[in-house]
Design a protein around this ligand. Structure first.
Ligand code: LLP
Length: 386
């Protein structure tokens, strides 16, 4: 099932806009659910940061998937979409009192905590309310992942999580707090990971850590949250529209030594929503330079920042031309020289007004759009709107 583009219908819609193929999204969610359900006690939470469009969140909720949030705004978005608080986890190094209070009042499943002062803040706010907050400690496993430096998170030098050397002390703090219940450990090593070895390395660290905690403290926790990070094929979105969830879950099932009854939580963002979305844009001008030709789009880095921010690869397709390929730099109109989607790319000969698709943009596309240069944030069009 590959993404479908109703090009005739696009002709009457103002560009740029985000387009989502609902059928592909539903098929992806169905697949992830089926594959996770093969293993007792595997739970999937959708990492809302990838795309918090309320209409997509409703589809995620209808599939019965929980939420992974990193701000009060995301907790609110999850609840507004109907996702039950009992399926919401909340991570982040800088949770404010207001965000913690909102989450305690909603009764979310678990806080993934990252520091002692944060633990103290949750204890104080839980005590004020006379409730007990469930806590998972985010451990920094010091596993380097094969991905872009800006999106690796599991190294000791990152701001995320608690380092091994500090873990004992942090557990002591949580256990000393009457309004906190330590229910699990949380990990996340990075994003856009396509090599299963990275997840195997994480499993090995978790196994060692579980043994250590059992040997030294007799501690067995009911929940392990392994984070997200499963990558997608930006190079061939039509050949790989749905990621290999079967292999992903099997990797954890085969490599993570679970204690009896232990539940495993996954926080998948990109792999659930990236391939069902595209940024639809028009070629405003074709500009010939002395040694290059440029396609200047009406979409820019403010609409999809990944190429400018991470040097990320996205396929750029002309949905109207079947002519022979030419070589172009594809750029946006924003007043920044980093406003480039790709350089020296072969694309069918393009003329002014052609409708183009920047593929695999359903994750971290609309969610990261901003209004620089007084540009409007692109609207979202769902296939079911047409
Ligand atoms: N859990 C935690 C704790 C995370 O930090 C993240 C992503 C996820 C889950 C979801 O990861 P995913 O399954 O989507 O890989 N803006 C960047 C990606 C940043 C990811 C941040 N954390 C990009 O466009 O590539």
């Amino acid at each position: 099932m590959k993404m479908q583009f109703p090009v005739e219908a696009f002709a009457s819609i103002e560009t740029p806009f985000y387009y989502y193929d609902v059928e592909l999204l539903k098929a992806t969610l169905e697949t992830v659910k089926q594959e996770a359900a093969k293993y007792e006690g595997f739970h999937v939470h959708y990492a809302i940061k990838a795309n918090f469009n309320p209409r997509l969140l409703e589809i995620v909720n209808a599939a019965g998937i929980g939420a992974d949030c990193v701000s009060g705004g995301e907790v609110r978005a999850a609840l507004d979409a109907g996702i039950p608080a009992s399926k919401v986890v909340f991570a982040g190094v800088g949770k404010t009192d207001k965000e913690i209070a909102l989450s305690l009042d909603a009764g979310i499943f678990c806080f993934n905590v990252e520091s002692v002062p944060e633990i103290e803040a949750i204890e104080r706010l839980a005590a004020e309310r006379g409730v007990v907050a469930r806590i998972a400690i985010r451990v920094n496993p010091n596993v380097g992942a094969h991905t872009h430096a800006n999106i690796t998170t599991g190294l000791a030098e990152n701001k995320f999580g608690v380092n091994y050397e500090q873990l004992d002390e942090v557990i002591d703090v949580v256990e000393s707090m009457p309004h906190l219940e330590l229910v699990g450990l949380h990990f996340h090593i990075g994003s856009q990971l396509l090599v299963m070895d990275d997840f195997i390395a994480l499993c090995c660290r978790i196994n060692e850590l579980q043994e250590l905690l059992y040997d030294t403290r007799g501690l067995v926790l009911p929940h392990i949250n392994v984070g997200g990070g499963l990558g997608i094929r930006y190079d061939f979105p039509d050949r790989y529209p749905i990621p290999d969830f079967e292999l992903y879950f099997a990797t954890y099932a085969n490599n993570l030594n679970r204690r009896p009854g232990q539940q495993v939580h996954f926080e998948l963002g990109r792999s659930l929503v990236a391939q069902c979305g595209a940024l639809i844009t028009r070629a405003t001008y074709i500009k010939k330079g002395t040694c290059k030709q440029f396609i200047i789009l009406d979409a820019g880095m403010n609409d999809l920042v990944r190429p400018a921010l991470y040097d990320a690869f996205h396929r750029v397709e002309n949905l109207m031309s079947t002519e022979a390929d030419e070589v172009y730099d594809v750029v946006g109109p924003v007043c920044e020289s980093s406003d480039v989607f790709c350089k020296d790319r072969r694309i069918p000969r393009t003329k002014r007004g052609d409708i183009m698709a920047i593929r695999s943009a359903g994750a971290y596309g609309e969610a990261m759009a901003f209004g620089y240069n007084c540009r409007e944030i692109p609207k979202a069009v769902l296939s079911t709107d047409i």
